[in-house]
Design a protein around this ligand. Structure first.
Ligand code: ARG
Length: 482
């Protein structure tokens, strides 16, 4: 341990900042240098500076309104905080590990600049309610910007779906050809996943939007504070109900990470499909070169790196979710230093989900479906077998019997290398005497998709209408201020 002493005069603004601890009064030796680094969060929590200053401005305004700060002090604090904000934004702020975290760095700088008034800012407040406030404000801003990026991606999807509403492709179950669908229908399935993710984000925002300010360390404060005022100044719906809970739970961050894990899981599924579809075996779509990279040894390669990487990133976000759940699960009330560990997983989740959404929002409108290839692929694999069974049912055959008849016809087709539509009427009639010339209308791909003409079905007319409805929903979302 270092033998440096922390004494009252070293806490003065002129002191060596390695020994200035706002909490140093009861300590008789300086913090061990390693412990100082180990316990500091400023290297990563400085990204909360904007929210920290915003929270302090609201707190100071409230203290002033409550008669706890003079006019002069309140003005000095307000101006000092604005100056610090400008300095940080200009890259002109020296962050100090000795001052532990973003909160104490800013407060110490304020006191350096304005003197005694700066020391009054922390009246009726603790870093515990301060940090709980900052993270909520930060996450709320990030949820809004993630929502914007999600909306941009969904717009691209809905436009792609509208463009390709009549493009026929095979639909799969078990990755085996199942029934013909349209490309637009497939893309709108993606959009539905994201639509739910968007509403989950909004739910999360709603629950986190309460102000912990005033909870102080854990029990509240003896000053006549006005929690409603700080809540409304900061755009919170209301103050939190319980001071212990306010400073201790990070469930809102966990909830956000769960939403982010679902977003990235959804993007990962889409990625997997794009990786398959761009392979020469499927050859369903082209991804423009700008979203791909090559191989250093195999000159022919064009690899779908962007979707692959997005698929990989989902594992990382899942990890952060589990890290936060584990961080929280054994903590007794109220605040514990463990909670400092909430920030890096949360920040990395935010960065990762934003990058993945950005990559997808740029890439999706550029997907080029290969219409002829998709059509030909749908013609293989007996994609209209269910349509033939449904045809037989309309001719009075019970569904299970129809299933059996078509199964036999498919068996014949496999042996002969022919799809159902390629068989002669006589060939088909060998399996079901009730089959007539009109069967060919249902064995075509167009007939098959057109027949699924109900809400949520793959008929092009339905897909077009669904894309239009989805666009209306997107238009109804608030604008994006970045
Ligand atoms: N840096 C701390 C954190 O991120 C701020 C709260 C510190 N509170 C305390 N009592 N040590 O959680």
């Amino acid at each position: 341990m270092s033998d440096k002493k922390t004494s009252a005069d070293q806490l003065s603004p002129q002191g060596d900042d390695s020994t200035i601890k706002p909490w140093g009064g009861r300590f008789s030796e300086a913090t061990d240098a390693f412990v100082e680094r180990f316990t500091a969060s400023v290297v990563f929590d400085q990204r909360l500076y904007r929210q920290d200053i915003r929270g302090s401005l609201a707190h100071a305004k409230m203290l002033h309104a409550a008669g706890l700060l003079t006019d002069a002090d309140a003005t000095a604090i307000q101006q000092g905080l604005h100056t610090i904000l400008a300095q940080i934004e200009a890259g002109d702020f020296q962050w100090s590990i000795a001052l532990e975290d973003v909160h104490m760095n800013i407060e110490a700088r304020l006191t350096d600049a304005i003197g005694i008034a700066g020391k009054k800012l922390h009246t009726g407040r603790s870093r515990n309610d301060q940090v709980a406030t900052d993270i909520r404000l930060y996450l709320r801003d990030e949820i809004d910007s993630i929502g914007c990026e999600l909306t941009r991606l969904q717009r691209g999807m809905v436009e792609l779906a509208a463009r390709e509403h009549a493009t026929i492709m095979p639909g799969f179950t078990h990755l085996q050809t199942a029934q013909p669908i349209t490309f637009g229908h497939h893309v709108l399935a993606w959009n539905e996943m994201l639509e739910r993710d968007y509403s989950r984000l909004q739910d999360c925002r709603k629950r986190l939007n309460q102000s912990p300010l005033g909870a102080a360390a854990l029990a509240g404060t003896t000053y006549p504070i006005d929690r409603q005022l700080t809540a409304s100044l900061l755009g919170f719906d209301k103050p939190t109900e319980n001071s212990l809970d306010s400073v201790s739970d990070r469930d809102f961050a966990i909830e956000f990470c769960a939403v982010a894990a679902l977003i990235t899981a959804h993007l990962s599924r889409m990625s997997e499909e794009l990786v398959l579809w761009t392979s020469s075996q499927f050859n369903f779509v082209n991804l423009p070169d700008r979203f791909c990279t090559g191989s250093s040894i195999m000159p022919q390669k064009k690899n779908p790196d962007v979707p692959e990487l997005v698929r990989g990133k989902s594992g990382r976000v899942n990890g952060h979710l589990v890290a936060l759940l584990t961080l929280m699960k054994s903590q007794p009330l109220a605040y514990n230093k463990d909670n400092q560990e909430d920030k890096e997983p949360l920040f990395d989740t935010i960065d990762t989900v934003k990058d993945c959404l950005r990559a997808f929002a740029d890439m999706v409108p550029a997907i080029e479906p290969k219409r002829e290839v998709l059509y030909e692929a749908a013609r293989r694999g007996f994609a209209t077998a269910t349509d033939l069974a449904d045809y037989l049912v309309r001719k009075g055959v019970a569904f299970r019997d129809a299933h059996e008849i078509v199964g036999k016809a498919v068996g014949h087709g496999v042996k002969m290398g022919k799809d159902l539509a390629e068989m002669s009427l006589a060939e088909l009639q060998a399996f079901g005497a009730m089959i007539e010339q009109d069967v060919y209308a249902v064995l075509t791909l167009e007939g098959s998709v057109n027949a699924r003409n109900h809400i949520g079905g793959t008929a092009p007319v339905q897909v077009k209408a669904a894309a239009a409805r989805a666009a209306v929903l997107l238009d109804a979302r608030g604008g994006c201020v970045k």
